[in-house]
Design a protein around this ligand. Structure first.
Ligand SMILES: NC(=O)c1ccc[n+]([C@@H]2O[C@H](COP(=O)([O-])OP(=O)(O)OC[C@H]3O[C@@H](n4cnc5c(N)ncnc54)[C@H](O)[C@@H]3O)[C@@H](O)[C@H]2O)c1
Length: 387
């Protein structure tokens, strides 16, 4: 059967990665980008990436040439004509997204699925401007799209079950792991992961430990691939801060998601992380990495506090039916490389222990930030140990 033609709007970081994944999965891809320089850059980058795959022996040159040849690079939105799926990956701005979704709907056929790769905007609001909103869906890839296995599928309230099923089938055929998430701020990963950054920053602000020690606790004792400060420097403090601020506002200022002044000041100072040469750490040549205080008792205290907050977030996402328990655990292991799913991890630690850690924090600080999820309280009260 002929594979559907896939449209991708925006040839930036995400759009070019998504175009690559679709092309290597056998689809003809139309990559539309309105900025000529960005389009040329994406074209050159993809050519280099495909070459490198051949050099590394991962692809034959026939496969690479065929895949590259399936991508049409264009500035003309009308080239989306005939697509069965269009994925939008342009600037994170609802007004601009509204404009382009309206324009795309006027070009494509009735059967075409219209998807957004948005990280933080509501899919329902994007669909609201369409004359056929049942065809809108969130298809949220992680950066870099060709390497990260996870894709969150987010039906809006208007999305038809058929569109959800079709979108899931297509993305699975691209060898991705899909999870189904409710159309709520941050979906699964960007919601559940907030305390990894937020609680680490809070611990630093309280003077309990420095960046290097907190990172050491999370990598050495927690088994995470990167510590929170190294990861924030990698993502970029400007980007990570904006996501936190957006999620905080979108949750009606729930204190659980409160952004940190430390991160805001770092972003304001231009200490963005690796990309600016300095973030929480100094990346200029010859600079020395600060040494962590390798005190196991302190490290355990830090790790347990951040983990309890992460587990509570995952449990609350389950409580509010954001996703199934399997999908919540898959999302964190496949989307952000956590060493274990947080729900499974909480079961292993013991739900009563996790509850006690949170209750102790809540009593000490008197802040709603530390409130345990009602689901955790109910489970412990009922003597249940597994979700
Ligand atoms: N960067 C990430 O880590 C990441 C991860 C997941 C999702 N997202 C989401 O993906 C989307 C794109 O993010 P990005 O990081 O790739 O951005 P980016 O800035 O790297 O790329 C966006 C591209 O879209 C182009 N563009 C803007 N308006 C356009 C228009 N009207 N028509 C055609 N092209 C247009 C820009 O010129 C730019 O090249 C955003 O919604 C973002 O929230 C980003």
């Amino acid at each position: 059967m002929e594979k559907i033609k896939v449209g991708v709007l925006g040839a930036g970081t995400m759009g070019s990665g998504i175009a690559q994944v679709a092309a290597q999965s056998g689809h003809h891809v139309v990559l539309v980008e309105n900025n000529k320089n960005a389009l040329d850059k994406a074209k050159n980058n993809l050519e280099k990436i495909f070459h490198r795959m051949v050099e590394k022996g991962k692809w034959t040159s026939d496969f690479a040439n065929a895949a590259y040849g399936r991508i049409t690079f264009t500035q003309d939105l009308n080239d989306f004509n005939g697509c069965g799926l269009v994925i939008e990956a342009i600037v994170e701005n609802i007004d601009i997204k509204h404009q382009v979704f309206r324009a795309i709907e006027a070009i494509v056929g009735k059967e075409c699925i219209l998807a957004s790769n948005t990280s933080s905007l509501s899919i329902a609001s994007i669909g609201a401007v369409l004359s056929e909103p049942s065809r809108v869906i969130g298809i949220h890839f992680f950066n870099p799209a060709p390497l990260m296995p996870l894709v969150e599928i987010i039906p809006a309230v208007q999305t038809s079950d058929l569109v959800t099923a079709q979108a899931t089938t297509i993305i699975k055929s691209w060898e991705k792991v899909t999870v189904l998430a409710k159309d709520t701020p941050g979906f699964i990963v960007n919601r559940v992961a907030r305390p990894f950054y937020g609680e680490a920053l809070r611990i630093y602000e309280e003077g309990i430990a420095d960046f290097a020690t907190i990172d050491w606790a999370m990598t050495e004792l927690g088994g995470f691939r990167m510590g929170p400060f190294t990861l924030m420097d990698y993502i970029g403090n400007d980007i990570n801060y904006t996501v936190t601020e957006t999620v905080f506002a979108a949750f009606y200022y729930d204190p659980r998601y409160k952004p940190s002044f430390t991160q805001k000041r770092h972003a304001e100072a231009g200490y963005l992380g690796r990309k600016s040469g300095r973030g929480y750490y100094d990346y200029t040549e010859g600079s020395e990495s600060p040494k962590p205080v390798q005190n196991t008792a302190l490290g355990e205290q830090i790790k347990n506090r951040i983990l309890a907050m992460l587990m509570n977030e995952a449990i609350d996402a389950l409580f509010l039916n954001i996703a199934s328990k399997e999908d919540i655990d898959l999302a964190m292991t496949k989307g952000v490389n956590y060493p274990k799913g947080l729900l499974q991890w909480a079961e292993e630690v013991g739900l009563a222990i996790v509850l006690e850690q949170l209750t102790t924090l809540q009593t000490e600080y008197g802040e709603d930030r530390y409130r345990p999820s009602p689901l955790l309280k109910r489970m412990v009260q009922a003597g249940k140990t597994h979700f």
